[in-house]
Write a protein that binds this ligand. Sequence first.
Ligand SMILES: C[S@@+](CC[C@H](N)C(=O)[O-])C[C@H]1O[C@@H](n2cnc3c(N)ncnc32)[C@H](O)[C@@H]1O
Length: 254
Amino acid sequence: MMSQPDQTTHFGFRDVPLDDKQTLVNQVFHNVASRYDLMNDLMSLGLHRVWKDIMINALNPPKTDASFALLDVAGGTGDIAFRAAKPASHGFRATVCDINPDMLRVGRERAAAEHLDDRVSFIEGNAEALAFPDRSFDAYTIAFGIRNVPRIDVALGEAFRVLRPGGHFLCLEFSAVDVPGLDRLYDLWSFRLIPPLGRVVTGDAESYQYLVESIRKFPRPDTFAEMIRAAGFSRVSWQSLSGGIVALHSGWRL
Ligand SMILES: C[S@@+](CC[C@H](N)C(=O)[O-])C[C@H]1O[C@@H](n2cnc3c(N)ncnc32)[C@H](O)[C@@H]1O
């Protein structure tokens, strides 16, 4: 869907035309794909693993052989899908959908190396226009992805559409640090350390400058919860993790 020419959005701290944001985001993940997983460990000091495990606990895929279909959108290199697939039963299938072929290539290689390619499949696609039928998944996850999507309300509408009634929506996203002292440390870490680290590890400081800026531009968790409700979800809640560095949002299609 093309938007009006005067519509703008944020790309980090820059205002850009709405229709340009996706191209800029795609360039970021094209640049960093091969070192994306390593950078996640370095810049979060491994904490992203804990946050992702908390998301998988909330997802709670069935331990019986009942069929269960997970759609992991903006799933990148497959981290969420792999974590969900490992403890799940034989009926579990995950589809990783991401707009970036470079991130998906890394994900497919990881799936093969971890012998998970029979339960996890990868498909290129846009969160704003999912190529899946209505009511086709039991759960929809999106981790550190939604703030990169230009039209968040459209992506939330698509999440609602593809979930079956009773389906679970879970979103892990950076949030607003609310612990005095930690906020200053977090600012220093984000703006002084992460872009130079990005330069050393990926050769690209600018992509990581975008990532830290985009975190600050993302709506506060109560505002984002309202957006999830507006998309049609019920029993919407959120949980702050690590002093507000991250929030886990949950909603149900009833
Ligand atoms: C920070 S990574 C998150 C990857 C993975 N979920 C994780 O937690 O490690 C953000 C991902 O969002 C993807 N992305 C950005 N815009 C998208 C869109 N409109 N539709 C689908 N994926 C998108 C990017 O290609 C990238 O792989």
